[in-house]
Ligand binder design. Structure first.
Ligand SMILES: [Zn+2]
Length: 364
C-alpha cells in the first residue's frame, strides 16, 4: 500500500528551476509554518495535508536552540545497516575550509525515499529496521549555505555535519559488532547502460586487511548482481545491471575531501555507495519486488561476509541485535519509536511527495 503512493505522481522533476503549476482543478493550497518561515505548498487534495514538525512522527527538535526549532536532518538509530542520502537536498560544498571554490550540489530525486523503503524492507531479513540519516525536506532551510554536503567534507568539517556525527552514534551503538553503511545516490540516465554503480574504493584503499575488504566487495557485488538479474524490466531498452568498478568510486584519495562512505571506513565501519540511474530510482518507488531483492542482497551480505570480517558468529550478532531491539522498545519516545516505525515511513513518503512538488531548483 505504502508503495502505491507514488504511482499517480506527476512528473515535476523534469522541470528545472521552476515548478509546473499547471495542476488539475483538484489541487488545493495548503499553508504550513516551517519554523519561522511560512511556505505555500500546492498539493493535490487527495494526498492530504502536511503535518507540522511538532505533530509529525519524524522531525527532530533541536537540542541546542530549544523551543520550536527543528534540525535540518532526520536520523533514525536502529539496526546495524545504515542508509544515507546526502544529496536528498540541494547542498553546498567547497569553500574556505576545504580551500576550494564553493559549489552547489543539486538534489538527487527519490534518494530519501529509497533509503526509507530499503530500511523498512531490511526488517524482514534482520528482524530490526535499518538505521538511516537523510535531510528533512520539511525543516531544512532551502538554499542555506550551512547545509554542508556530507559527501564532500575535509576532516575539520566532520563534527559540524549531522550526517558525520550520526556515524559516530552508530559506531557507539554497535561497538565491536559489524555494521554496513550503504550510501544512496542518483545519477542521470546514461546513454549506454542502466548500471547501478557500486562504489567501494575507500574500503579497498584503506581497510587494514585487504583480503577481507576484497571478500566483502565480491560477496556484496555477487549478491547485487543476482538481485538485479531478477528484474525483468527494461529501462529505455536496457536491462538493469551493476558496475563493480565504476568511475564514481566514492574515493578522492587520502588526506583530501571525503565522501560519507569514506568517513565510515575511517571509523572502521564497512561502507560503500550506490549510484542509481534516474529511471531506476523512479521505478523503485513502486517496484516492491526490486526493493525486496536489493534489501535481501544487502541484508545477506551483512549477515555473511561483513559479519565474518568482524570475527563474529552470526549467533553472537543476532543476540546483539535482540538486545538493541529490546533497548529501543523500552524508550517511550513518541518520535522514531520502533513501534510506530511503519506509519512513520508511510507518513514521510507521502509528505515528501507533497513537499517535493513545491520545491524549486535543479534536480537530478
Ligand atoms: Zn550524490
Amino acid at each position: 500500500m505504502l508503495l502505491r503512493l507514488y504511482q499517480n505522481q506527476k512528473s515535476h522533476h523534469h522541470h528545472h528551476d521552476h515548478v509546473n503549476k499547471t495542476s488539475s482543478s483538484s489541487s488545493s493550497t495548503t499553508t504550513t509554518t516551517l519554523g519561522k518561515q511560512s511556505t505555500t505548498l500546492e498539493t493535490k487534495s487527495k494526498t492530504g495535508k502536511l503535518t507540522t514538525p511538532e505533530e509529525d512522527l519524524y522531525s527532530i527538535q533541536s537540542e541546542s536552540s530549544g523551543n520550536g526549532s527543528y534540525v535540518s536532518h532526520i536520523e533514525h538509530l536502529a539496526g546495524p545497516i545504515l542508509f544515507s542520502a546526502p544529496h536528498g537536498l540541494q547542498v553546498y560544498r567547497g569553500g574556505e575550509e576545504s580551500q576550494d571554490s564553493e559549489r552547489v550540489h543539486s538534489k538527487e530525486l527519490y534518494t530519501n525515499e529509497i533509503c526509507l523503503l530499503l530500511s523498512l524492507k531490511i526488517k524482514k531479513y534482520l528482524g530490526i529496521e535499518a538505521s538511516f540519516v537523510i535531510w528533512n525536506p520539511k525543516t531544512a532551510k532551502p538554499k542555506d549555505k550551512s547545509n554542508l554536503d556530507p559527501n564532500y567534507l575535509v576532516a575539520s568539517q566532520f563534527m559540524s555535519s549531522p550526517f558525520h556525527r550520526f556515524l559516530h552514534k552508530l559506531k557507539k551503538q554497535y561497538d565491536g559488532f559489524p555494521t554496513l553503511h550503504v550510501d544512496i545516490h542518483g545519477k542521470i540516465n546514461r546513454k549506454a547502460d542502466r548500471n547501478i554503480d557500486i562504489g567501494i574504493a575507500p574500503m579497498m584503499a584503506l581497510w587494514k586487511d585487504q583480503k577481507l575488504a576484497e571478500k566483502v566487495k565480491k560477496d556484496f557485488c555477487d549478491r547485487m548482481q543476482k538481485a538485479v538479474s531478477t528484474c525483468k524490466k527494461k529501462y529505455s531498452g536496457f536491462k538493469l545491471t551493476i558496475d563493480r568498478d565504476p568511475y564514481l568510486s566514492g574515493y578522492w584519495g587520502d588526506n583530501t575531501v571525503t565522501t560519507i562512505s569514506h568517513q565510515s571506513i575511517l571509523l572502521g565501519m564497512p561502507g560503500l555507495q550506490l549510484e542509481i540511474p534516474m529511471d531506476v530510482r523512479k521505478d523503485l518507488m513502486t517496484n516492491d519486488d526490486l526493493v525486496e531483492q536489493l534489501a535481501k542482497a544487502i541484508a545477506e551480505s551483512y549477515k555473511t561476509s561483513v559479519t565474518s570480517i568482524f570475527s563474529k558468529e552470526w549467533k553472537e550478532v543476532e543476540a546483539k541485535l535482540d538486545a538493541v531491539k529490546t533497548e529501543l522498545l523500552s524508550h517511550e519516545q513518541t518520535k522514531h519509536n520502533s513501534k510506530t516505525f511503519d506509519s512513520m515511513i508511510s507518513q514521510m513518503i507521502s509528505e515528501f511527495e507533497i513537499i517535493e512538488t513545491s520545491q524549486k531548483g535543479k534536480k537530478i
